[in-house]
Design a binder for this molecule. Structure first.
Ligand code: ADP
Ligand code: ZN
Length: 729
């Protein structure tokens, strides 16, 4: 008979909102599987993997428990601190606990024992290497050398090169141009010179450092180019000096190569980088280096919030407002909010930095939950650029560009400066129709129009990816006469090429940057000043420091002015300010022009006349009056199925039952069909729930979960819970 202490609770990696009991291995009944370790267990008729939550002290006797099959690794894959965080997050986001823990681990560690950590080397360049002659004779070797020259490189860094780099690297080593050494330990202080901070930066850094050892959330509100990164680095330096580590979350690492290099120049190989572009193996290695204490400064995207960095003394979330911190499928956590919880558990300060704080952050400052720090001015001589609107109504246009914007472009280029045009729509035209019959090309699997991609000569659905060739689209016409309607980045690029034939123009969007490595190459070319005009989507909007850009043009602000999502205006205002922030970051003063047919729209009026702060305060008071987040917590329940009726029926039945329970103060809106009801062949519906307090919201969501299994049609409906949803349409 098993002793009670050999019963363990396991979060099995299955989509069920409960854990399961098992006996520890039969042959070693005196050995327990410690909490946080990975085990293989019998489940149903199969075998699954799970994480041990802990021993069950009062195991129910009389039930037939099965023993686990195998303890996969003696070392728990998740330590006590992250076990606590994972349990909290599964509960807060009402997500199946096994799936939540699985999502916290790098892919390869979800089912196998951790590999041995690789011996880590870094490559450095000899000072006397002849880079110039190398560039002529062996461009690949030159590119490898250039990468190493920027900062000592570890093996994962070479992955950003888009060619086979192993051979050129070996040759460079053989020639003695570069050499490898074991990664240096980081007992020594910062490597690169620190910049002397200005008064505002010094005050901010001092305040953060003063809070070391205690939980405190800072909102570092610094206009674009105000030197937030220097504040982070100053605080990180102090954190390392007292033998703690620092975790820094950023929205999209691939776009912040320059930031990675800056950190590496300062902190050497103590810097680890985690992002989705890494292979599974590399990701696991970085993760192990965090656990082993080799990485002391970890910079990563969303999922890095779960990294097993030990002795964390400081957490930083850069671009706190960015929606990409929210996972949009599966385990829908918000990395910023999880990071705040982690800081609270660890009793350490956390810094949320941004030029455009979220309304959540504003409200938390108002309630004194966050401490407000401000960097009100750009560093050095750089000034924030003036922003003005171009009223497009009735103006003559050339391929989507007004004369005024064209003139401004011409002047900017004549002065030898760079221009950046922003349009958040890739492809050539968002709509294509037949001039003969009026037929509009739509997707068969989605409620959406097909986007004309001229370069690929295809009509592509941006929601499900399905494609059509051009002649197929107007079946009623023997000779369709297809005309593109509206504007995409490909079209603006074409216009620019016609208007400025002798200028170098680069387009930056998901299509043009599709090939691995293109993005890194393009962005470093931009920094070297290789282009005159940049045209692109939101990839261009974030965080880059393009010092020669003096003109920013927002080609079309209108399409996002009338969304029904209650967060749409906030997102648009943030985007305008962020894009505008790319202008005039160095000595060259900047200018920002926004093309619109709605110059009197209140958002543009407020933003331009009074600034983001004022916009945010107005938006907050609207949210308060409408009883929307951040004033009330919200959840969204989504359902989808290949049948049109089922999701609505499922949600309606569920909602009725929950309403019968009479939970005080909850508001239920819906069920209603999603704004785009059909997507990828499935119909979607949703219910929105708000409550006066978190606990009440949690209670009502639990009611939804409880009742869901009673509804017979639930097997044909896929449904999910989204706590604090970012997209609500
Ligand atoms: P942010 O992160 O707020 O956009 P950065 O930290 O990238 O700003 O700083 C913008 C530019 O100003 C960078 O080129 C940086 O090197 C420079 N900079 C930052 N702080 C100072 C300072 N105190 N003195 C001089 N230059 C600075
Ligand atoms: Zn589609």
């Amino acid at each position: 008979m098993s002793r009670p202490d050999s019963v363990i609770e396991v979060a099995v990696f299955v989509p069920l909102r409960k854990s399961f009991h098992y006996l520890t291995e039969p042959d070693h009944s005196n050995e327990t599987a410690p909490s946080g370790s990975l085990v293989r267990v019998p489940f149903g008729r199969g075998v699954r993997v799970g994480i041990v939550l802990g021993p069950v002290l009062d195991a129910a006797v009389g039930r037939q428990l099965k023993p686990i099959i195998e303890l996969i690794d003696e070392v728990p894959v998740i330590g006590p601190e992250l076990m606590r965080l994972g349990r909290w997050a599964a509960e807060y986001y009402q997500h199946p606990i096994g799936e939540a823990f699985a999502a916290m681990l790098p892919g390869t560690l979800r089912h196998a024992r951790a590999p041995a950590p690789r011996q880590s080397y870094e490559w450095i360049a000899a000072d006397d290497a002849d880079d110039l002659s190398l560039a002529r004779k062996a461009p690949r070797q030159a590119a490898v050398l250039a990468l190493i020259r920027r900062c000592p490189a570890v093996i994962e860094d070479f992955e950003s090169l888009q060619f086979e780099w192993r051979r050129p690297l070996r040759i460079l080593e053989e020639k003695g141009v570069v050499r490898r050494r074991l990664c240096r330990s980081t007992e020594q202080g910062p490597l690169a010179e620190e910049i002397g901070l200005n008064v505002a930066q010094r005050d901010a850094a001092a305040s953060i450092v003063g809070a070391f050892g205690a939980f405190r959330t800072y909102l570092l509100h610094g206009v674009t180019g105000s030197g937030k990164t220097e504040v982070y680095m100053a605080a990180i330096t102090k954190a390392l000096a007292i033998n703690t580590t620092a975790l820094m979350l950023v929205p999209e690492i691939i776009l912040t190569q320059a930031l990675v290099e800056r950190l590496k120049r300062r902190f050497g190989s103590a810097v680890g980088v985690l992002h989705s572009g890494l292979s599974d193996g590399d990701r696991a290695q970085v993760w192990l280096k965090c656990r082993g204490g080799e990485v002391k400064v970890l910079m990563g995207t969303r999922s890095a919030v779960w990294a097993p960095l030990s002795h964390i003394g400081l957490i930083i979330v850069d671009e706190e407002h960015d929606a990409s911190f929210k996972q949009q499928e599966g385990f829908r956590y918000h990395a910023r909010d999880v990071a705040i919880k982690r800081a609270q558990q660890l009793d350490i300060p956390i810094v949320l930095g941004t030029a455009t704080p979220s309304l959540e952050a504003y409200l938390n400052v108002e309630k004194n939950k966050f401490t407000y720090l401000s960097l009100p001015e750009r560093t050095g001589v750089a000034k924030l650029p003036p922003i003005s609107c171009i009223d497009m109504r009735g103006l003559p246009m050339t391929g989507g560009l007004s004369d005024r914007l064209c003139r401004a472009l011409g002047n900017c280029l004549e002065r030898g400066e760079q221009a950046l045009l922003f349009l958040n729509r890739r492809g050539f035209a968002p709509v294509i129709l037949c001039h003969q019959c009026g037929h509009i090309a739509t997707c068969e699997r989605c409620d959406a129009k097909l986007v004309w991609h001229k370069e690929r000569a295809a009509l592509i659905c941006h929601h499900c990816g399905s494609q059509k060739r051009r002649p197929q689209i107007a079946p009623c016409c023997p000779a369709p006469d297809l005309v593109p309607v509206g504007l995409g980045t490909e079209q603006v690029e074409e216009t620019l090429n016609k208007l400025f034939p002798d200028k170098v123009i680069v387009r930056i969007d998901r299509d043009s940057m599709r090939r691995k490595g293109t993005m890194e190459k393009t962005f470093s070319a931009i920094r070297e000043g290789a282009f005159d005009i940049l045209i692109g989507t939101q990839m261009l909007a974030k965080g880059h420091d393009f010092s020669r850009v003096s003109l920013v043009g927002i080609v079309d602000a209108d399409s996002q002015l009338f969304s029904t999502d209650f967060r749409a205006e906030e997102k648009l205002a943030q985007m305008i300010i962020q894009v505008a922030g790319r202008a005039g970051r160095a000595e060259v003063p900047g200018e920002v022009l926004i093309q619109t047919h709605q110059p009197h729209h209140h958002l543009l009026q407020t933003l331009l006349a009074a600034g983001y702060d004022r916009f945010a305060r107005d938006a907050l008071s609207e949210r308060r009056m409408a009883a929307l987040p951040p004033y009330v917590p919200m959840a969204l329940i989504r359902a989808e199925s290949p049948s049109q009726e089922l999701p609505l029926k499922f949600l309606a039945t569920l909602t009725e039952k929950v309403k019968d329970r009479d939970i005080r103060g909850i508001e239920i809106l819906g069920p209603i069909p999603a704004a785009m009801e059909k997507k990828a062949g499935r119909y979607r519906a949703q219910v929105m729930i708000t409550a006066p307090q978190r606990a009440v919201l949690a209670e009502s969501i639990k009611a939804f979960v409880d009742f869901s299994s009673d509804i017979s049609i639930h097997r044909n409906v896929r449904w999910s819970i989204d706590i604090d949803p970012q997209d609500t349409i």
